[in-house]
Design a binder for this molecule. Structure first.
Ligand SMILES: [Zn+2]
Length: 213
């Protein structure tokens, strides 16, 4: 898998320094600067500490199953600025190579917020997932009406895991889904949410047996 992050630090140099400082116990395979420069910090064959607690499908140790890419972006420190074009182009080049080298399908390129809905909100609402999907580097739903579908069941079929049981967990997954696929949507689950996740779950069901590193 590949997990996308934003650094939420003032600049790229500060983020690289943090990711290389042992006392912080965080790392990532790659950092991409706003100008498109790609900085590799960890060999792709090695485990980096970028994902933390969370789950996707059957995988509960995401650090052992994923490449982590940090996009330099101050996020909440600067009002969530957009991701510049050179940075997006560099990300697309990097993802194309990673997917080829490691045989990673497009649906396995996910957000940190997807696998840790209660803790993490990156890369955030400004990140252009549709653009990646148009290039075959992630997935995007078709909105086909699915009036009788169950949002939470479909979200789990796609890969989301409920952080806790019941209505609270369902709301946490809905928020993570909307952050990536419907930024700005509010209120209870509606027909558009159900249609979008039903399409994703139908076309890209997660492999619930794929938990081996
Ligand atoms: Zn993150």
């Amino acid at each position: 898998m590949v997990i996308l992050h934003h650094t939420a630090m003032q600049d790229c140099a500060a983020a690289v320094a943090r990711l290389c400082a042992p006392e912080f116990e965080v790392s990532a395979h790659y950092v991409i600067a706003e100008n498109g420069e790609i900085i590799q910090l960890v060999d792709e064959a090695m485990r980096a500490w970028h994902a933390g607690a969370g789950a996707w499908g059957a995988i509960t140790d995401l650090n052992s199953h994923s490449i982590g890419i940090e996009l330099a972006n101050p996020g909440p420190l600067a009002g969530f600025p957009p991701f510049p074009a050179p940075q997006m182009a560099a990300l697309e080049d990097l993802l194309t190579g990673l997917m080829t080298r490691h045989n990673i399908p497009a649906q396995n390129i996910i957000a940190h917020s997807d696998m840790a809905p209660t803790r993490k909100f990156d890369p955030g609402a400004k990140f252009d997932w549709r653009r990646l999907a148009l290039g075959g580097l992630s997935v995007w739903p078709n909105t086909i009406s699915a009036p009788d579908s169950d949002f939470t069941a479909d979200a789990q079929r796609f890969g989301y895991c409920l952080p806790e049981s019941g209505a609270k967990g369902e709301a946490q997954v809905l928020a993570a889904f909307r952050l990536r696929f419907r930024p700005g949507a509010i209120g209870p689950t509606d027909a558009t949410d159900r249609a979008m996740i039903h399409d994703l779950a139908t076309r890209f069901p997660v492999d619930r047996a794929a938990s081996r590193p």
